[in-house]
Design a protein around this ligand. Sequence first.
Ligand code: NAP
Length: 550
Amino acid sequence: MDDRSPISAKATAKTTDFDAIVVGAGFAGMFMLHRLRQQGLKARVFERGSGVGGTWFWNRYPGARCDTESMEYSYQFDDALQQEWNWPERYSAQPEILKYANHVADRYDLRSDLQFNTKVLSATFDESRNCWTIATDDGKRVTARYFIMATGTLSIANKPQFPGVESFKGRVLYTSDWPHEGVDFTGRKVGLIGTGSSGIQSTPHIAAQADHLTVFQRTPNFSVPARNRPLSEEERNTTKARYGELRKFTYEQPFATDFHLNDQSALSVSPEERKRIYEQRWNEHGGLHFMAAFNDLMFNSEANKTVAEFIVDKIHGIVNDPDKAEILAPRNGVVGCKRLCSDTDYFETFNRDNVSLVDVSKQPIESFTANSIKVGGNDYPVDDIVFATGFDAMTGALLGVDIKGRNGQPLREKWSAGPRTYLGLQTVGFPNLFFISGPGSPSVLTNMMVSIDQHVNFISDTIRHLEQSGVALIEPQQPAEDAWVDHVNEVADLTVYPTCNSWYLGSNVPGKTRVFMPYVGFNTYVDKCKDVVAKGYQGFTLVRRAAETA
Ligand code: NAP
């Protein structure tokens, strides 16, 4: 039940244009707006797209679907909403998720405070007035007391530069910014660069339509069959009947989702028993659940090797051509170090006659011509190029806005050696600036909808506390921020995450500082946040309001 009653019925901004400005109308921004309104605060959301949905608005490539189960990848703030919405599949596809986002916008009448097609260019903290001035690309400026970045973690594309790309005469497509009208590949020769989740999801769909698909693979990836299927009404109703219990349980889990963890070490059982459990997980659970086959796969390299070998064998069992299978198999890879992919018929697609695979790990893509991609002196003819080359993750969108805090310090300068936050929520020198699922929070290592729920509630409860207790500003203390950054790294070092090049570390973007950005352990994070509040916002400085400034 939603028990957050309004403080006052009408908007309260007195000295600023708005109480709060939120950037981004994805799931985080929409919920943030809803919570701010419930407090009677005057808020506006700026969104660069022409509609709601964030990642699900932009990533419309064929095959795009969520790898978290839909019954869990949904809002939990209103029981009526979760009871009335019917997800059609175990892992619903992008159009269905976008439909849900639009339904929420309409159901809670959010659109009147959402301003679309508006990019936020800069935000500057005004120390004389204790407020933020936000400039947008329509030439306007507004002021607000709270500035909240709900810009998503995977929203700014990584666009590697290849020589000659400007001379290419065909269509250039990005999975992260797919044309709304769709793309017809019939009769086309398509080149696809990138074999992360986006490339792996789109490959079977493009192959089924195109004349020929050539996949350019730099690093082979681990992928597990999603085992997606339609949800029956009975299944939906069973989950709905225990939603309260399920939501509570996921809040207590390290990855904020119900993975049905087998609480045994992979090394504690015989090789035969291990294989039996992997087979069962592969066939019955699939997807990200696969990694819950044992409790130490993400923490113990020896345990991880057993799951890596299992998947490599599976790839060899699926792909008929042993040479192709060997290129696709991540030998010596660490499963889950780069985010595990979840697919439908990905490896099977390489058995099609119209699909070829080019290994660009040793010989990178040299250049593009008007109608081909050159690798190792060979020309691969293509009519269309699909870039599935990922994102400037976690910090790209935050640093994309020219944010200046106290003394005019740019956030880009403060974070030049990597992001520094307290709890992923705030950073020293930038009062009343909040990040939703920012670096230093569990965010991308969890079911994002649960992380968003937790963060938005934390931020709105904090704002409520400030409003009620006459506090003008909240900002982390330097020792708290330093200790949190150290803690994030210490916890990451207990896992296999830092052992490869991944977007979690920023190492997918040339020149980006290598630092592990998300926090491992949603449940411990939730406890820490509760403890911080119980101790009077421990680690934050709260500055009381002086006389109102005009
Ligand atoms: P990604 O995982 O970062 O994959 C990017 C791919 O592009 C990698 O294979 C990378 O190779 C390749 N690449 C980058 N630069 C290249 C270059 N210069 N030459 C050749 N190859 C290059 O990006 P993504 O697939 O968009 O996925 C990002 C994240 O979004 C996922 O991990 C997931 O969290 C989320 N996502 C989720 C879903 C889902 O829910 N199912 C779907 C899509 C995305 P290297 O590995 O060698 O760098």
